[in-house]
Design a protein around this ligand. Structure first.
Ligand code: ADP
Ligand code: MG
Length: 238
């Protein structure tokens, strides 16, 4: 586990500013959701935290350490994407083990990590299957399993449920929350869905056009929205 901090973080693509000075503090073990309309900069913030995008100004810290110049693999984080990005020619077990094998972990170590992760996610009977033989929900679980086996300091999710149908989405929300209660890994989760944010987050960061509008617990935002944007986005009776 680790804390995460954004301090006056900015990002421009060419001359176009998309993140305009963002401050966010995330405590050890917290489940934080970045929410806001499409294009407001959620994925860019997450990608900067992951090291997939450099930052134009400011500081990002993980566990109190500035990571601005660290490569993704030096940051001890694991990211789950919306499109799963599973390797089609590998079994579920091999997909889950891939990053460990890449790091040169011995088979005994790989098995020791993959088996309990598969157990937690209900994937044990599916370890020999290929991605094409799985349902959408099962594929999403494999993507989460791949993140879990790495036992990272921080989990990042970028709209992980948006390709699933409504019923499955509700079930997976509960699963992800249970997973967090079990592992207590610091989690930064991006969605444009305010219901997802309200039902899953310890703390919500409402973003709008490259800036943070408000940070607070779901009920705080609902009861005391800082402005009309937050009120209308969260759906509180302002
Ligand atoms: P969100 O995830 O909230 O929908 P993004 O972080 O993907 O928003 O995008 C924020 C803004 O940055 C958008 O205007 C988008 O077009 C722009 N943007 C994102 N990535 C790039 C890129 N690689 N090059 C240029 N503009 C980008
Ligand atoms: Mg996005």
């Amino acid at each position: 586990m680790a804390s995460v901090e954004f301090a006056n973080v900015r990002k421009s693509f060419g001359t176009h500013p998309v993140i305009k000075g963002v401050d966010i503090e995330i405590a050890d073990g917290e489940f934080v959701i970045l929410v806001g309309p499409s294009g407001c900069g959620k994925s860019t913030l997450l990608r900067m935290l992951a090291g997939l995008e450099n930052i134009s100004a400011g500081e990002i810290k993980i566990g109190g350490k500035v990571v601005n110049n660290l490569a993704p693999k030096e940051r001890d984080i694991a990211m789950v994407f919306q499109n799963y990005a599973l390797y089609p020619h590998m079994t579920v077990a091999d997909n889950m083990a891939f990053s460990l094998k890449l790091k040169g972990a011995p088979k005994s170590e790989v098995d020791k990590r993959v088996k309990p992760a598969a157990e937690i996610l209900g994937l044990s009977p599916l370890l020999d299957r290929f991605p094409r033989q799985l349902s959408g929900g099962q594929r999403q679980r494999v993507a989460m399993g791949r993140a879990i086996v790495r036992d990272p300091q921080v989990f990042l999710f970028d709209e992980p449920l948006s390709n699933l149908d409504a019923k499955l989405r509700v079930a997976m929300r509960a699963e992800i929350k249970e997973l967090h209660q079990r592992l207590k890994t610091t989690t930064v989760y991006v969605t444009h869905d305010q219901i997802e944010a309200m039902t899953m987050a310890d703390k919500i960061v409402v973003m709008h056009d490259g800036l943070v509008e408000q940070i607070g617990a779901p009920l705080e935002l609902y009861d005391q929205p800082a402005n009309l944007f937050v009120a209308s986005f969260i759906g509180s009776p302002a």
